[in-house]
Design a protein around this ligand. Sequence first.
Ligand SMILES: Nc1ncnc2c1ncn2[C@@H]1O[C@H](COP(=O)(O)OP(=O)(O)OP(=O)(O)O)[C@@H](O)[C@H]1O
Ligand SMILES: [Mg+2]
Length: 251
Amino acid sequence: MLEVKDAYKSYFTYGSLFSRKSQDILRGVTFSVGQGECVGLIGESGSGKSTLSRLILGLEQPSSGEIFMEGESIIAWSKSHRGQMSVVFQDYTTSINSRFTVQEIIAEPLSALKKSDKLTTLILELLDKVELPTTLLKRYPHELSGGQLQRVCLARSISTQPRFIVFDEALSSLDVSVQSQILKLLRNLKNDLNMTYLFIAHDLQTITNLCDKVLFLYQGRIVEQLRTSELFKAKSEYAKNLLASVIPFGG
Ligand SMILES: Nc1ncnc2c1ncn2[C@@H]1O[C@H](COP(=O)(O)OP(=O)(O)OP(=O)(O)O)[C@@H](O)[C@H]1O
Ligand SMILES: [Mg+2]
């Protein structure tokens, strides 16, 4: 479904007032995600995970390389398939309008697609899917807990029945018990809706819990790709070190 081919991305940074140099963030990233697959992307902070997710979402262009969705360039695909790709960010507090009620937040992508018939019924169904009570409909973001708000974002992200969702550290700012509840919910949704995910995280346990395949991003490259059931076959130093660090905890 998604194919990333030899993607490079560099940004200009200012060394001093007059010197500008280019910094390579992604240095030849290649991987693919099959229909119905849930792929985890793990990498250190600053390794370029969010940069890669912006390229996949078509929000930025790669410096070189290509990104295809169903054989079409990602930019063209996004235009002809509105609402079929969505994203959930880590920082849910800034990714939503704080003056909107829960109902309005969830309705936003649907209204943008001019799908407004049976809107209320749809929103109620979505709340049910993310296991939130309907009594929250008229509440504002500041009247919800972090976990509730992230569920609202999740409801919004699946509202248009997207076929591909990017989760960029969507659970990282939640506490462990809420994380595991939402992970369980995501697993159910994945089975129910037959969605394809790219799930970005910096801890391996969250990824192995949810994903079929893991990509290890290190110094701008995918240094290893493994099926979750075959992590013990890791060869790269980076993947081996990560795996070694979770084994004592039963991962
Ligand atoms: N628009 C930009 N201009 C210049 N540098 C940028 C830009 N966006 C990202 N960077 C740099 O690219 C590098 C990778 O950033 P990115 O946000 O992709 O990392 P990340 O892997 O998502 O990290 P984290 O786990 O902390 O979210 C960082 O060094 C960052 O400063
Ligand atoms: Mg990031």
